[in-house]
Design a protein around this ligand. Structure first.
Ligand SMILES: Nc1ncnc2c1ncn2[C@@H]1O[C@H](COP(=O)(O)OP(=O)(O)OP(=O)(O)O)[C@@H](O)[C@H]1O
Ligand SMILES: [Mg+2]
Length: 400
């Protein structure tokens, strides 16, 4: 067919951006209780009082970030009518920041001019907090609200989550009243917060439950109205997207992604309507994408271990015993100049790969004499394993 013309013609979407994650809808539906609780926690700000610190948690895609952004927009607007209020909101997505120190440096830099920023290394942790208090004490604002989204990425190094909410109480900040909102989708992180952080940050806790299929249906309808041209969706499309996402994740992000992908498939076909089949196919593609992302993010030693199982499978030698896999693993690791780990370590890797759903394991019993042993085989498409490993810099040479 060769190259076709790039054209603006679209037979499916009126505005596909409406389905993107970054799009902010005008109203938030299906979250009235959570919004009310959220607003309640922030009310002291409007009264000029000390904000309550708040910990917001719930699984991925349930509207935590969206609700937060919308509520803070509203708060910033509403405070303007009071002359004695001057709120500043500092929002930080902590995704790539893995310690309290890194977050603190970023916060200091929020207040500093381009020429005067802290570099990311080389200060004692205490010094960075001092810089932050200094910046805060210089502000003329009456309130500063810190929104720390995806805060779980700092792991157990949660000192900042004690220091910052306590900044007024401990006398470190005497200017503006400080409030902290921490947001997380990691339930282990919540359970493992140290007692002192629970006391200071999680003064109030707000849980966002997953959406059920009915809620997802309404959320999708609202978006679909602006996203799609009239009459391009068959009746089953939205209910099916909602049912899939409701069952698997309860995530609005997941549901939106399905609907978007289904629409995209119909557009590629060049012909409306979007059908139930498009949704099923979209669901498969998204699942494959998820598996691929997870495969890619495995550490090198797991990649080599997986390679060993893949290579045995290519030769029809799976399911294979651990000793066979270890042999093949050793050859491969030597070939690419990687450390050769012990049999025990590779056993752990195999168990992890099994837990993550990449390998199947079965127990074989050889009767009284032989005892029992485990056999492993791939539980993902071998093509995908090959593609991922051939694209990784460490393992690519194995495919030359
Ligand atoms: N009630 C809702 N109404 C409309 N859209 C929603 C609603 N809840 C979530 N969404 C949409 O779903 C997507 C995910 O929402 P959001 O980013 O708020 O999730 P989150 O809870 O912060 O997830 P994560 O933990 O992964 O950060 C966004 O595109 C958002 O616009
Ligand atoms: Mg979020």
């Amino acid at each position: 067919m060769g190259i076709t013309e790039f054209s603006r013609e679209d037979v499916i979407f009126a505005d596909e951006d409406v389905l993107r994650d970054s799009y902010q809808p005008d109203d938030l539906i299906e979250r009235d209780d959570e919004l009310a609780a959220y607003q309640h926690a922030l009310k002291p700000v409007i009264r000029g009082k000390q904000p309550r610190n708040l910990f917001v948690y719930g699984q991925t895609g349930v509207g935590k970030s969206l609700s937060t952004n919308m509520i803070l927009d509203q708060l910033l607007t509403d405070q303007e009518q009071y002359d004695d209020l001057d709120l500043r909101v500092v929002s930080l997505v902590c995704k790539t920041l893995t310690s309290s120190y890194q977050v603190a440096v970023r916060l200091v830099n929020e207040f500093r001019d381009p020429g005067n920023k802290l570099s990311h290394r080389g200060y004692a942790p205490g010094a960075v907090y001092e810089f932050l208090w200094e910046e805060l004490n210089q502000l003329e604002n009456t309130h500063v609200l810190f929104v720390l989204d995806e805060i779980d990425s700092i792991g157990t190094d949660d000192d900042l989550l004690y220091e910052l909410p306590r900044a007024n109480d401990n006398g470190n900040v005497t200017g503006p009243k400080i409030g902290v909102i921490g947001i997380s989708n990691d339930f282990t992180f919540r359970d493992n917060l140290s007692a002192r952080v629970k006391d200071s940050l999680a003064e109030e806790e707000l849980h966002f439950p997953p959406y059920d299929a009915n809620q997802l249906r309404r959320i999708l309808r609202q978006r679909a109205e602006d996203a799609f041209l009239d009459d391009v969706l068959t009746d089953d499309v939205i209910p099916l997207c909602a049912a899939f996402a409701g069952q698997e994740s309860g995530s609005a992000r997941h549901a939106l992604k399905l609907l978007y992908k289904a629409g995209d498939l119909a557009r590629e076909r060049g012909e409306p309507p979007v059908t139930e089949d498009d949704v099923r196919q979209a669901s498969e593609l998204i699942e494959q994408g998820r598996v691929r992302d997870e495969l890619e993010s495995l550490p090198t030693q797991s990649h080599i271990t997986l390679y060993a199982v893949w290579a045995l499978a290519e030769e029809g030698l799976t399911p294979a015993k651990r000793s066979k896999i270890y042999e093949r693993y050793t050859e491969a690791a030597q070939e690419i100049g990687a450390d050769v780990k012990t049999d025990r370590t590779i056993h752990d890797r195999l168990s992890q790969l099994n837990l993550k759903g990449f390998l199947d394991v079965e127990e074989r019993n050889e009767g009284l004499r032989g005892g029992s042993y485990y056999q492993y085989e791939l539980d993902v498409q071998s093509d995908m394993v090959k593609q991922v490993l051939a694209a990784e810099s460490r393992t690519a040479d194995l495919f030359e």
